[in-house]
Write a protein that binds this ligand. Structure first.
Ligand code: ADP
Ligand code: MG
Length: 362
């Protein structure tokens, strides 16, 4: 079916976008008007994967299939929208990176909605969505210009420092060579029997523990020019500690281990972020992605901002992890510029944020 490529948004308001997110283990749908969230619904699969200690791709796809339509219906109901064709300007969908079978569910439903309504379909990079998560919420957040800023993007699958120069204009200054930060939290939690996902529970226990109890390594800090990360050595160090000392046998010991591990992660993240900021000279640092919910990280980056004179922005807690509001916000920003959509949206399971396909044809 031929899809119209021109669908100018009414000029009286920001584009109203319905977005679907299904890149990993959350099925989400949201409706925004620019950066204003009208509704945001998330069906999480955490319980589905908890027994396995990680995400099982085939199970994720199957659960997206059964969840996606009810989630969209509930987002429409929450926003009080009865006709997508009449009340929405564009559909946005996460096209990657992520699990291919999971992404396909959202993209296919997005294609179907676009075909049925004649609305344009925008394919959004999941990480560009995370960049937008720091702009949704209160009016102060919404009033900030998108670029330029330095973003520390930390999630279950990614850890990178990104120079955000404009919409679609991203330069990756450094990324992880091995495990992502969230993945390190999840793996360490699994080692000490804390279940999946590990981030929130380690974060909670860390507040009770002594961060100096165990000295874990801070990898790759010696070379000041290197902005890459590595977290697999830290994971191994925790494993070696457990082999030598056995499993923690009290809540206090467990809390000390969590606090010491988290301190090592936060130290590396904040040190590299400060170096990157000093190098590129930005006055704003945003921390986004699931790990941006971490209290230790939030406090440390705030403190660094005060010391080095840069401002810090983090998303509201409910938009730190995967959600569709951030995808919709990115879609609205792109649609406001493009006023149209590309003719075809395909799944790009491993697209980088600085891929030329991300650039806006301005
Ligand atoms: P992805 O997009 O890679 O699927 P998300 O952006 O949803 O990931 O982030 C999920 C990751 O964030 C998980 O690895 C989880 O453990 C981690 N996480 C969530 N909350 C916290 C927290 N408070 N502290 C540290 N890590 C966290
Ligand atoms: Mg994510």
């Amino acid at each position: 079916m031929k899809r119209p490529t021109e669908n100018p948004a009414p000029s009286r308001r920001a584009p109203r976008v319905l977005a679907i997110e299904s890149s990993c283990d959350e099925t989400a749908c949201a409706i925004v008007e620019g950066l204003e969230v009208r509704s945001s619904v998330i069906a999480t699969q955490i319980e589905v994967h908890a027994d396995f200690g990680g995400i099982v791709p085939e199970l994720a796809s199957r659960h997206h299939l059964s969840a996606v339509i009810p989630v969209i219906e509930s987002a429409l109901k929450d926003a009080g929208i009865s006709s997508i064709a009449a009340e929405i300007d564009a559909i946005a969908v996460t096209r990657g990176p992520g699990l291919v079978g999971a992404l396909l569910v959202g993209v296919q439903v997005g294609r179907g909605l676009a075909a049925a309504t004649g609305l344009p379909l925008l394919g959004i990079h999941h990480m560009e969505g995370h960049l937008f998560s720091a702009f949704i919420g209160d009016s102060e957040r919404q009033s900030r210009p998108f670029a330029p800023h330095l973003a520390l993007l930390v999630s279950g699958g990614h850890s990178e420092l990104v120079d955000v120069r404009g919409l679609g204009d991203y330069r990756i200054l450094g990324a992880t060579r091995d495990d992502a930060v969230g993945e390190a939290f999840d793996k360490v939690a699994k080692m000490v029997g804390l279940g999946y996902p590990g981030g929130p529970v380690i974060d909670r226990l860390a507040t009770e523990g002594d961060a100096t109890a165990i000295t874990f390594p801070r990898a790759m800090l010696r070379d000041r020019k290197n902005l890459e990360f590595s977290f697999s050595g830290l994971k191994t160090a925790v494993m070696v500690h457990l082999e030598e000392h056995g499993q923690p046998n009290s809540r206090a010991e467990l809390a000390d281990l969590c606090a010491s591990f988290q301190a090592a992660v936060v130290d590396v993240l904040v040190t590299k972020t400060r170096r990157a900021r000093a190098r590129i000279g930005r006055d704003r640092v945003h921390v986004v992605g699931g790990v941006s919910a971490n209290r230790g990280l939030r406090a440390a980056i705030e403190a660094a901002g005060l010391e080095d004179s840069f401002s810090v922005a983090v998303p509201p807690l409910r938009y730190c992890g995967d959600n569709a509001a951030m995808i919709a916000a990115a879609g609205a920003a792109r649609f406001a510029v493009l006023k149209s959509a590309p003719p075809e949206v395909s799944v790009l399971a491993s697209i980088a944020l600085d891929d030329p396909a991300m650039e806006l044809p301005l």
